[in-house]
Design a protein around this ligand. Structure first.
Ligand code: WT7
Length: 653
């Protein structure tokens, strides 16, 4: 059988590969840099510290670099004939054209061939101590059954399937089943409202939705199927809803609904993988822009998978036997790239976390680390900030000696949180890796690693561009800032394999948003500072950067000061005007006089997205008194927070 040819090719390259040119260049590369042929492994595992040399090569000889990695790290059905074919002005991004592969084979079959009983997934369920493990063999069987079921229900290559499920093995198997049969998945975070879900289903024209009867999170039961029922009322494209049973509670089923487990068990455990082109669509993932309706970013097969796998291995120094603990839900890009595709492509063991950082108590993360033996813990600053308030005992209660690396993602990590993470959680032993990237970039673009394990990491800085990433900072006139020690719009000058290919149904918006603001560059929407040494620090969304008397001011910087000063007020009743005055002084003192805010409003909570980002554009509208035009609120976590801000603002005027 053809598939028995697939083998774990993380080191050796697949036998099917015959792209001689790439290998010739690769040998030259190895010669030039005088390091072993296991070059990419050496970066992380043999203490080779020449990050800057490797980085230079990866951007100067990008085709050689990515060509060699693609041929080594992925298993191809037939080899690609061009490494890249990209043109930013047209928004054209194509990698590894001519190549044919199947993503689920890369994530499953080749590992089943070499190490079938290795644990692929650890499902860390809401109730501590009830985790369930799935080996590669079991996950492949699950995926095949689901693939066969989807085919039986009429899902065809290119069709889009929407998933509305919490992080769980069936969700991962559903994603991989889509990949196996050539369908496109669209995971919608299972905390979104029925309206947000319906918007996304309509935009994708999905005929099939996969969900669970109920979700369980933080000890609470959430009726996910009911939300789907509401959503699909307004989605004429939907013909069937597959319902898995996460809890034992029965749920009302209609003619449209299909009991997932029951039907799946009727299917065979073998499902022939479809041969896909490198640039066929793998998935859509929606993210809200600063204006308008959410954007369905499109990621394709080979480039995305390669980039997720390579960044996973090197940014986190992931080695065989490690347990990778990404806390993000699969509904976000972090869950896609570092909960599912990166680790599985690397034959790793990945944790699917179903619970919250404070359930049943604020020790949950560290108790999980101890119980599962997590080696790389990847979390968000918002959770770290929350936990540090509960004190060190919750961490120290548990043995964290298994931890090697601590990752951070999603927003700038302020100094206090960074230091607590490093000192208390990691016991001063584990590097804190602040990773900057976006749904659009597919994988990590700026992070302190890969590099010499002893290389310097400055708290609060994302530090170094990953291989193949060439950042540029541009000023307001669109001029490149050549000197270091400057702040500007963070752009990326050349294409990399993991970047999004388009916005679903709106290529024009893709071009306008990312390629027109700074012609010749991909514009990230973020502002960044580059130090004298060439290290990067993200200062926040540019739409959040305030320009005061010609000085650029990042909200991240401001908040760092305010975060730290607010501590002084804990538990003390103060008058708002006294507090405001003190905060102004703190900001003047810690940043500059010009940075001192004119208007301060005290609120109990801020409007945040479900991923913990403050929705500043909403705050701006409130201050501009444009509350009838708040824009897209579908990612808002708690709508009451907005009303509270509006009421407070009206009172103060
Ligand atoms: C935006 C992307 C990428 C996974 C999670 C979020 C902000 C992300 C960092 C970081 C400072 C960060 C940026 C970026 N961001 N990581 N390490 N330091 N800011 O994905 O929802 O697409 O958001 O998150 O502003 O543009 P996303």
């Amino acid at each position: 059988m053809m598939w028995s040819l697939w083998r774990c090719s993380s080191m050796t390259g697949s036998s099917a590969f015959t792209n001689v040119r790439v290998f010739k260049c690769f040998r030259q590369f190895v010669k030039n840099y005088n390091i072993s042929a296991r070059m990419p492994e050496a970066i992380a595992f043999q203490g080779v510290s020449d990050h800057s040399g490797l980085h230079k090569f990866s951007v100067n000889e990008s085709e050689t670099f990515w060509g060699a990695l693609a041929s080594q790290r992925l298993s191809w059905i037939s080899p690609f004939n061009t490494v890249q074919n990209c043109n930013f002005s047209q928004g054209k991004i194509k990698w590894f054209e001519g190549g044919k592969l199947n993503v689920s084979v890369n994530c499953l079959d080749r590992h089943v061939h070499t190490c079938p009983e290795r644990v692929a997934l650890i499902w860390e369920r809401d109730e501590p101590g009830t985790e369930v493990k799935f080996t590669y063999r079991e996950l492949l069987e699950l995926t095949c059954r689901l693939g066969n079921l989807l085919k039986r229900l009429g899902v065809r290559r290119g069709d889009c399937v929407t998933l509305y499920m919490p992080s769980c093995p069936l969700a991962v198997a559903s994603m991989l089943a889509c990949a196996r049969i050539g369908a496109v998945h669209n995971v919608v975070f299972a905390g979104f409202s029925a309206e947000a879900l319906a918007d996304r289903i309509r935009d994708t024209q999905s005929s099939t939705v996969i969900t669970v009867n109920q979700g369980v999170r933080g000890g609470k039961v959430i009726d996910l199927k009911r939300t789907v029922d509401q959503a699909v009322q307004n989605c004429p494209s939907v013909q069937q809803v597959l319902v898995a049973m996460r809890t034992e509670n029965s749920v009302a089923m209609t003619d449209r609904d299909v009991p997932l487990e029951e039907e799946m068990m009727k299917e065979d455990v073998v499902c022939e993988p479809v041969t896909m082109d490198s640039e066929d669509v793998l998935f859509l993932l929606y993210t809200s822009g600063s204006t308008g309706k959410p954007k369905g970013l499109v990621h394709t097969q080979a480039g995305y998978l390669l980039y997720a796998a390579v960044t996973h291995r090197y940014v986190f120094s992931y080695q065989d036997g490690d347990v990778f603990g990404c806390m993000a839900d699969i509904g976000w890009i972090t869950g896609h790239s570092y909960g599912v595709y990166g680790p599985l492509c690397n034959g790793g063991t990945t944790v699917l976390f179903e619970s919250t950082p404070v359930y049943p108590d604020p020790g949950r993360y560290w108790e999980t680390v101890q119980r599962l033996g997590i080696s790389q813990f990847y979390g968000a600053p918002t959770a770290i900030r929350l936990l540090l308030k509960y004190g060190d005992e919750w961490v120290q209660k548990y043995d964290r000696s298994c931890l090697k690396t601590l990752g951070s993602v999603g927003e700038p990590i302020n100094r206090e949180a960074w230091e607590w993470y490093h000192r208390v959680v990691g016991g001063g032993r584990c590097p804190v890796i602040d990773t900057w990237w976006q749904t659009e970039t597919g994988g990590i673009c700026i992070a302190p690693r890969p590099s010499d394990p002893d290389a310097e990491i400055i708290p609060g800085m994302a530090m170094r561009p990953f291989y193949g990433i060439k950042p540029a900072l541009l000023d307001a006139k669109g001029e490149v800032l050549h000197a270091h020690d400057s702040t500007g719009a963070l752009c990326i000058s050349m294409a990399w394999p993991g970047m999004a290919r388009t916005i679903h149904n709106d290529h024009q918006r893709f071009i306008e948003t990312y390629f027109q603001p700074y012609p010749g560059y991909f514009f990230t929407g973020d502002g960044a500072y580059c130090s004298k040494e060439g290290y990067y620090q993200i200062v926040g969304r540019l739409d959040d950067v305030i320009n005061v008397s010609g000085h650029r001011l990042g909200t991240a910087e401001l908040e760092d000061v305010v975060d730290n000063s607010v501590k002084a007020w804990k538990g003390v009743e103060v008058q708002e005007d006294v507090l405001a005055q003190q905060l102004r002084e703190m900001v003047s003192r810690n940043i500059a006089k010009y940075a001192s805010p004119d208007y301060i409003q005290v609120v109990g909570r801020l409007p945040k997205t479900r991923s913990g980002k403050i929705m500043r554009r909403v705050l701006r509208k409130v201050v501009e008194r444009k509350t009838d035009d708040l824009g897209d609120l579908s990612t808002l976590d708690d709508s009451e927070a907005v009303h509270e801000v509006i009421r407070g603002h009206q009172k103060s005027m």
